[in-house]
Design a protein around this ligand. Structure first.
Ligand code: SF4
Length: 762
């Protein structure tokens, strides 16, 4: 058990003194601890800024400390005093910088000036904004086909930036919108749209105070949504059941020491965040839920036979759903042998979860990447929704489905139209508002963009934030493909590896951070808006001076490129660049649920975007909630690995000092790893079976048979409580092993949680 670095005592809890120490270290690291601390007091506050971290919701009546350790890391990382100026680029060639680690690149500080790549010197050099816009516009206009350009979006982009971006790109003539959600919750969007008619969760934060049972599946909130721990421990404290489902016994899923609880901190105390823990094999979650369904149906039959109250919510099922019988037949046809083999759980363990489900009147089911990054993720999420339908656990207080989003506005970006497959209704509304035709041909998601880059048809890449090159699978192939492009443009706050994969023309355009003041034409501080996992849309206004006077907002940069590329006949980009209220008026004209946007956004904590599924109005073709009827996969990757020498199923994930591809530090304190990232977590029995010991160094070889050699070298084995046959390690380092040709059925999401590899001693 990892020791708490402050008390030195073994600590089973997340949070606690370790969190405070980490907060202190990251604020000190920013070079402005006092300013950083002051900034944090405005995080997630009505008149403050939205934490640029994850998309966990903000409580109606929050405390003055509405932030977590990782929120502080995100803000300290942005508010650093370090700067990457033109002098920095003059001192380093791109070739040299390509050899730096992800951490070292971003740790150089905030970008200060627009930069253009000079192939002759292999360096980035300063360029005037207007020159950059004009050259980028000329390059885009020079492409024979707008579909040769890929427009990537990171989930940190605000609603206003995302809406303007999609308007520009559609006026340019394409729907090529690869975005970060393609690699994270796409399967959730696809599955939920099929099941309930909307690709979003149906619960509010307040529902967590009412639920009798909460299932937290394939998620590590201790690192990725830390404020969720407070909601989970409140739930267990009031007697609710919280069942954690994760191959790894993540610390945050067991206990949480709330740094805001003075008594607890004084006594080194903590409270449970779960009441039961199930550790299925990688890719075994669908089988778990299939097994729970079998037991719920069996309980129903017993109740009927014994004349007791039904277990199923027949009123809900009859009034609101379709496909129950077909699914039940599928469930009954699935044998326990297959369920236990795929889940890696004994029937008795599954029965524990089913009993909790049946005993609870109101149930919430939350999930994240542990569910969405498999081949059969869409089918798994349909199976989870099916189970929730059985007892009407949707569309009523304390019950519902909750995909917990990673990036603070990834859900908002999709709502704003960042979608390669836009609905006809959305395009009609855009045409109505802009008075010109919109491209109707579906475009590229991340998988499509990768294919176009590797195939050579893509000629340009525009990145609105993010680190496409490091977030995507097959990093080696993607890196090579990016350097073959005619144009690469990256809008960013800090330097990252993707910026160094230069095309014939390349630009880095530095933007304001979420904590920084953006003024409108009248000189007033203006706000942007974001949408969290609960569908709450709220305002965010910067409070700090910009890191450099040359910086522009994301909105202003997009407007500058758009004016130079598509002209200002349809939209007055210069005016929109300085007036987020005007952008919101445009959004309100296109998206009916954003009526009177500028008024409702200024309410404290903003407003809830209408979610008809939460009202039991199903926008499915049949107007009913629909049961999925997929069979279990013939074999999971875990099953395919059995009997093959030194073969394992690998999942890639984040360390505790990481946010997506942003590496804040080299520690993973909840898992007992410090000052390194080239590690593999493996079951002690598997390590011994290979004749190795913890600490031994190994290489992993990818086993996907497409003729591409995929190898990750020099990895230290860490003995860990993980199911045998399953191993785990960090991305982006291990994305070299994730084949771009292997992706989720229906979601096109890379299968980063179930990659077949062979372990080879170094
Ligand atoms: S839980 Fe997420 S949104 Fe909230 S402070 Fe932490 S990182 Fe930021």
């Amino acid at each position: 058990m990892a020791k708490d670095e402050v008390t030195g005592r073994a600590s089973a809890a997340a949070g606690g003194w370790g969190a405070l120490k980490s907060v202190g270290r990251h604020l000190m690291g920013s070079g402005a601890p006092v300013a950083g601390a002051k900034t944090m007091l405005r995080a997630n506050q009505p008149d403050g800024f939205d934490c640029p971290g994850c998309a966990w919701g903000d409580p109606e009546h929050g405390s003055s400390f509405e932030f977590c350790e990782n929120g502080v890391k995100a803000v300290a990382w942005e508010a650093t005093r370090d700067r990457v100026t033109p002098d920095f680029f003059a001192a380093h060639t791109v070739a040299e910088l390509r050899g730096w680690s992800d951490f070292d690149l971003e740790n150089q500080g905030r970008l200060t000036h627009p930069m253009r790549y000079d192939p002759a010197t292999d360096r980035y050099e300063p360029v005037a904004w207007e020159t950059a816009f004009a050259e980028i516009g000329a390059a885009l206009k020079a492409l024979p086909d707008p579909d040769q350009a890929e427009f990537y979006t990171s989930g940190r982009a605000s609603n206003e930036a995302a809406f303007l971006y999609q308007a520009f790109v559609r006026l340019y003539g394409t729907n090529n919108f690869p975005d970060c959600s393609n690699m994270c919750h796409e399967a959730s969007g696809v599955a939920l749209t099929g099941a309930i008619g909307i690709g979003k969760g149906t619960v509010l934060l307040e529902d967590f105070e009412l639920a009798d049972a909460i299932f937290v599946v394939g998620q590590n909130p201790g690192t990725n949504h830390p404020r969720m721990l407070a909601d989970l421990r409140k739930a267990t404290a009031r007697g609710a059941q919280v069942v954690a489902v994760n191959p790894l016994k993540e610390k945050g899923l067991k206990r949480f020491a709330d740094p805001q609880d003075k008594v607890e901190m004084m006594h080194g105390g903590s409270k449970p965040t779960s009441t039961d823990f199930l550790s299925p094999r990688l890719g075994g979650d669908m089988a778990l839920f299939r097994g729970m369904a079998k037991l719920v149906f069996a309980a129903e039959d017993r109740a009927r036979a014994e004349g007791r109250a039904p277990v199923l919510d027949h009123a809900f099922l009859e009034a609101h759903t379709e496909g129950l019988e077909a699914w039940r037949a599928e469930v009954e046809a699935t044998g326990w042998e297959q369920i236990e083999a795929q889940s890696g759980l004994a029937r008795a363990e599954i029965a524990r979860a089913a009993d909790v489900y049946i005993a609870a009147d109101r149930v919430i089911l939350t999930w994240a990447m542990g569910i969405t990054q498999h081949r059969h993720s869409v089918a798994t999420i349909r199976e989870m929704a099916n189970l929730m339908f059985l007892r009407g656990n949707i569309g009523r207080p304390g019950a519902g489905l909750c995909p917990v989003r990673g990036h603070s506005n990834v859900q908002g970006d999709r709502t704003m139209g960042i979608n390669e497959k836009p609905s006809a209704a959305f395009l009609d509304a855009m045409e109505g508002a802009l008075g010109v035709p919109m491209p109707r041909r579906h475009g590229h998601n991340v998988l499509g963009a990768i294919g176009a880059m590797l195939g050579g048809s893509a000629r340009a890449f525009i990145g609105l934030g993010g680190n496409f090159a490091r977030a995507t699978p097959d990093s080696a192939l993607i890196a090579e493909a990016l350097t073959r492009l005619d144009l690469t443009v990256n809008i960013a706050t800090k330097l990252n590896h993707g910026h160094l994969l230069t095309g014939r023309q390349s630009y880095i355009l530095p933007c304001l951070g979420r904590t920084e003041i953006d003024r409108n034409a009248a000189g007033n501080r203006q706000m942007v808006s974001v949408e969290d996992s609960m569908g709450m849309v709220h305002g965010s206004g910067g409070i700090n001076l910009p890191a450099a006077p040359e910086l522009k907002s994301e909105v202003a940069i997009i407007a500058g490129i758009a004016a130079a590329t598509v002209g200002s006949e349809v939209l007055d980009w210069a005016a929109l660049a300085q007036d987020n209220d005007a952008i919101r008026d445009l959004i309100a004209r296109v998206l009916p649920d954003f009526g009177d946007f500028n008024t409702v956004l200024r309410q404290p904590r903003g407003f809830r975007l209408r979610n008809r599924a939460a009202e039991r109005i199903w926008q499915t073709p049949s107007g009913r909630a629909v049961f999925g009827t997929a069979p279990l996969p013939e074999a999971t990757e875990w099953q395919s690995a059995q009997g093959r020498d030194a073969c394992f199923v690998l999942q890639t994930f984040r360390s505790h000092d990481q946010y997506n591809t942003t590496i804040y530090g080299m520690d993973d304190r909840y898992r007992g790893v410090f000052r390194e990232r080239r590690v593999i977590f493996a079951n002690p029995a598997d390590i011994a079976a290979l004749g190795l010991a913890p600490g031994a160094r190994v290489a992993l070889h990818g086993l996907h048979e497409d003729g591409v050699a995929r190898v990750a070298e020099d990895l230290r084995l860490v003995a860990y409580d993980i199911p045998q046959g399953c191993i785990a390690g960090y991305y982006p380092e291990l994305n070299v092993l994730v084949p771009h040709g292997l992706f989720g059925e229906g979601s096109d999401t890379p299968v980063s949680k179930s990659v077949l590899v062979r372990m080879v001693p170094a």
